[in-house]
Each structure stands twice: as C-alpha cells, then as structure tokens.
Design a protein around this ligand. Structure first.
Ligand SMILES: Cc1cc2nc3c(=O)[nH]c(=O)nc-3n(C[C@H](O)[C@H](O)[C@H](O)COP(=O)(O)OP(=O)(O)OC[C@H]3O[C@@H](n4cnc5c(N)ncnc54)[C@H](O)[C@@H]3O)c2cc1C
Length: 398
C-alpha cells in the first residue's frame, strides 16, 4: 500500500495542518508535547475550537453534525492533530455515546443530546465496570427499579474515567434476571449533578486523579433517558465497545512519541557515544517503528473496510492489542533513553509553570509518570487477554 498521500488527500492534509498550526493554543501544545497535566479547561478550549470549525465529531454522519470525511481523511486529521501536539478529543461523548444515541436513541434523545455533545455542553463518563464486573461485564449488579416514569438506581461503578469532570454518565444497569445475564441489562443516560451520586477518586500509580469510584444511591433517572428497549442494553453496550476499540491503536500519537524518542537518542550519550549511534538502541527503535508501520497499514485497511459498509469485527481487537503494546514499548524506550534521569519522582514537574531545577534534562521529569500511566492501556477498554480470546474465537474459530 502506498502511504504517501497524494492529490486531494495531500491538500486536505495541508489544510488540517494549517488550521491546527493557526488555532491550537501555544500553552496547550506545550503541555501535550512535554507530557504535562492537562486541566479540564485545556480540553474545553481546544474542543470548543474544533466545535466552532465543525470538526469535533468527524465520524458522525453529516445529518447529525459529522464532517462527511472519508476514513482516510479522518485518519489524516487524527495524525495531524497528534503531530502538532493537540490533545485528543475526550471520547466519551463524541466517539462512545454519540453513535449509540444516533443509532438507537429516540428522536427526543437525538435532538437534545447530540447538539450538546457537539457544543461540549455535556461532558460524559462511562459507567460500565463495577467492583465485581470487569471482564465479565454482564455480571453487573447496579439495579434500576422502575417507579412510574422513573428508574431508581442503586449500585457502584468503578474505574470511571474523568467522572469528576462529567455532567452525564452513560450507564449499564440491571433491570431483569430472566434468561441469560446479558438479557437483563439496560442502557441509561444519568445526570451527574443530582442527589445520590458520590464520586471518589482512585489515585493512580503516577499520582494522577483521572479515575473514580461512583456510588449511586436512590438516583432518579427518567424512563425517557433509557436508550432503546428495556433489557436490550447489552446490544447497545457491545456496539459501543466495538467503536471504543477502534480508537485505541493510537498510531498518530505513537508516531509523535517515536519522533520524541529519536530526538532524545540524538542528544543523550551512553558509553561515550550518542544513543542513536549505538547499534543495539538503534535496533530497538527500528523494531518498534516497523511494528508501528505494520499497524498503520492494518489500521488503514480496516478503516477502508468499515467505510465500505462492513461492520467492525475482530480487527478492532487486534488494533487495540497491538496499538497498546506498541505504546507501552515506546514509553519503555523513552525511559531507557533517559537512563537514571528518568528515575526521580517529581509529580510537581507535571504541572505547567513548575520552575524548579529539574534533575537532569527538563523533559526527563514526566517520563516515569507517563511510563506508569501507560500500563493502563492494556487493561481499559477490555483487557488484552480478553482481546486475544475474541481474536481466537472470531478469527481462529477456537
Ligand atoms: C485506567 C483505567 C480506566 C478505565 N476507565 C473506565 C471507564 O471510564 N469506564 C468503565 O466502565 N470502565 C473503565 N475501566 C475498567 C476496565 O474496562 C476494566 O478494568 C477491565 O475491563 C478489566 O476488568 P477488571 O479490572 O475487573 O479485571 P478482571 O476482569 O478481574 O481481570 C483480571 C485479570 O484476569 C484476566 N481475565 C479475566 N477474565 C479472563 C478470561 N476469560 N480469559 C483470560 N483472562 C481473563 C484479565 O485479562 C486480567 O488480566 C478502566 C480501567 C482502567 C485501568
């Protein structure tokens, strides 16, 4: 496959590049490229810029506010944003629940929620996992009991990413026990600003506060905020998960990290010579770069297939699996390239404006945190072991 974009694609690429260069705020770019922490306001500012341009939800059909771009154009857009140091759009609204709402939602849900997602009025979080229901998601025990026009919801969700920023949660709840356990699940849209919702942060190994426990006690949800039919939520949940797994290859982000790795290797010395001149380290960079290129071909082939009307299949598991392994590998190489300087634990160095003397080169300080944070990638969105099971079943027929 020829990956050098030509003709209209090159023109499109130039347009996106020029737009991002002219509109991405410098402080946000700096935070992303240096691996610093982003605040909610940083995401909001960048997402508002994309929203005003009509580029916030490229994958949606045009009738709901999508761009009408081809799969290749969407790919180019993602890559250009990563290249320029733009933060990824937080996916819960645009990539996850949005497609569920326009595919399975009522007209009222479409006309109310979709514009609010496009305008960044609602910030969503994903209430799937529970303390006793992770890989075995259908074991969930958060109950929604019907009471007139409402459900009364009780239970605990866990690992809820960015619940502390969210105004809404899309949530899987148990509404029945008949038949298989998958059959008694419903899909609710829950307002986070109401009595009975308690959010407790789970502090991660890198010192981050991006995930949470969410306790729900007698939370009232209008029946009108149930997506689709009662007890058929598993169908909508699976549809969403397939979409979730397509975004995780992260090729554009990994390419940007490899460029960063090469810059460091061209500057740092080991054994009296530059790392980039060390045959062993060069080989390690080359190996991951080749793997990334193979993933890129697969990703593009897959996008074309989906664009041609074929539903996402085992490929989305494969992309998630390989994409996350590569992301982790690059974060390991970045640590190795920096040697001892990657060791000091400096959580303050992740804050923009921190101006104390770093231990070693300034860009070494966030590397350990990034390395630890990347361990999550093979767990969320369905662990990589589960993706292997899916591939074994769908591709190998085991
Ligand atoms: C950083 C982070 C953010 C997350 N964000 C969200 C979020 O926003 N919303 C949300 O709903 N969830 C979220 N999750 C939850 C995530 O989806 C679950 O952690 C994941 O599905 C695994 O579930 P578990 O943690 O209960 O592990 P378990 O299911 O208990 O698995 C433990 C181990 O056993 C393995 N295992 C389990 N079953 C099998 C099997 N059948 N075959 C082979 N191996 C198996 C697993 O692969 C894993 O290694 C997040 C998780 C993380 C780490």
């Amino acid at each position: 496959m020829d990956l050098a974009f030509s003709g209209e694609y090159r023109e499109f690429q130039n347009n996106v590049r020029a737009f991002v260069a002219a509109n991405l705020p410098q402080d946000i770019r700096e935070k992303v490229t240096r691996g610093l922490r982003l605040a909610r306001d940083d995401h909001q500012r960048w997402q508002n810029i994309l929203s005003a341009k009509g580029w916030i939800a490229p994958g949606w059909p045009t009738e709901y506010g999508g761009t009408g771009w081809s799969a290749v154009q969407r790919y180019i857009f993602d890559e250009e944003c990563s290249r320029a140091g733009a933060p990824g759009v937080i996916p819960f609204g645009t990539k996850f629940v949005g497609p569920v709402i326009y595919t399975f939602g009522s007209d009222a849900q479409k006309s109310y929620y979709l514009p609010r997602i496009l305008n960044n009025d609602d910030w969503w979080c994903q209430g799937y996992s529970e303390p006793g229901a992770g890989s075995d998601l259908a074991s969930l025990q958060t109950w929604a009991v019907r009471d007139g026009d409402h459900y009364i919801v009780n239970g605990t969700k866990t690992w809820t990413t960015l619940a502390q920023w969210a105004t809404k949660m899309f949530c899987l709840v148990r509404t029945g026990t008949e038949g298989k356990k998958q059959e008694g699940i419903s899909f609710l849209l829950i307002d986070m600003a109401q009595p009975g919702i308690e959010i407790k942060p789970i502090v991660t190994f890198d010192g981050g506060r991006e995930i949470n426990m969410v306790h729900l006690t007698d939370v009232k949800v209008p029946v009108a905020d149930r997506v689709g039919d009662e007890n058929r939520g598993w169908t909508y949940a699976k549809f969403l998960l397939q979409h979730e797994r397509t975004g995780t290859a992260g090729v554009g982000h990994s390419k940007a990290q490899i460029r960063r790795l090469k810059d460091i290797a061209a500057r740092e010395k080991a054994g009296g010579r530059l790392l980039i001149d060390d045959p062993d380290f060069r080989a390690r960079i080359a190996e991951v770069e080749i793997e990334l290129q193979a993933l890129e071909y697969t990703d593009l082939r897959y996008l074309m297939q989906v664009a041609a009307g074929n539903p996402p299949g085992a490929e989305s598991s494969l992309l998630k699996l390989r994409g996350t392994e590569i992301q982790q590998r690059i974060s390991e190489l970045l640590m190795q390239a920096m040697g001892y300087y990657a060791q000091p634990w400096l959580p303050d160095a992740l804050e923009y404006g921190w101006n104390e003397d770093p231990v070693g080169p300034a860009d070494a300080a966030p590397l350990a945190a990034a390395y630890f944070n990347k361990r999550k990638t093979t767990i969320y969105g369905g662990t990589n072991e589960i993706q292997r099971n899916i591939i074994a079943k769908l591709v190998l027929g085991l």
